[in-house]
Design a protein around this ligand. Sequence first.
Ligand SMILES: [Zn+2]
Ligand SMILES: [Zn+2]
Length: 377
Amino acid sequence: MSGTARAAIVMSASGAVEVREYALPEPGPGEFLLEVELCGMCGTDAHIYRGRLASIRFPALLGHEIVGRLAALGEGVTTDHAGEAVRVGDRVGVFPSLSCGRCYECTVRRRPGSCPERRPSYGFASPADRPPYLTGGFASHLHASNAGTVFYRTDLPPQTAVLQEPLSVALHGVERAGVRIGSAVVVQGVGAIGLMAVVAARAAGAARVVAVGGPPARLALARALGADEVVGLGRADDPAARRRAVLDALGTGRPADAVIGTAGSPESFVEAVGLVGDGGVLAELGNFTDRGAVPFNPYSDLLKRDLTIAGVYGAGPDMQRRYHSALALLERAGPPFDQLVSHRLPLAKARQALEALGGGYSLDGRDIVKLAIDPAA
Ligand SMILES: [Zn+2]
Ligand SMILES: [Zn+2]
């Protein structure tokens, strides 16, 4: 391929982000080159940017929620992983994780995240100043340089297709929470994962979904995506009042069958435990980095109440199935999925975006729901 690619490179922890140029590579057998249309940015990127992921060395090219058009196909790449024929120009979503697909962890335990042959996922490979280049989505092009990279063709608009990865995480949470037909569900937190959890709970058959969270724009979106009721933090700012408001919103005065915790502070975890009814399940997704410990009484908080608490880390075991299911759900007409991406930002604004994500949740004077980098912007 002739031509150049541009990529936003994080030079050091919490440091500058430089847009650098690279020669476009020719994809080898089993590989492909993607022209990135949109790449979602999430809390994980913000944590990496701050140097909180030990496996990442700087300079680094981030971005793992990747949607784009196939720009060049290596020898042997003729279909996506659902068996659909693909051609140059087709839009695809790329599964970022790279495991062998043959070992004990991959096949028997179905935990590709524990695969001993696992290579760094797209958006997690570093350092970026030596090959392979173009391994992350905050760039004009992605070089899928690992033969057999999983991807799926889609006709969804990029701003919807880019939700495939966050929705697969929410699906994991809702499955682990045991949500089923008729369940009363509370989704705590209305960031992108919380909003996706509303969608997932509805799809799983929940009879009542209550979302609890902050910014009014996100609460409105939670309703549009299927929440029956929303509880704004402003309406009840101490935990006891908030609990009463949530139980009222559930309509029965009783706590929930399942709570999906996505708020992400140790205090919110304690609050989530208090929202689950006896015999119910709390699936905790929010505390995915170490923000400290909380007092917890194994007798009164757990055993006496027959509670189940599930720790949910990313899309989890079986992540490929969830990734594929997420696309199928997004392809259903109805929910306004295309409204989640609140900001499409050029590569040159990657640093501002990474800083905003870990900070005030507002950028360019507007509330952040979901940020995405649009390399053509
Ligand atoms: Zn992510
Ligand atoms: Zn493996």
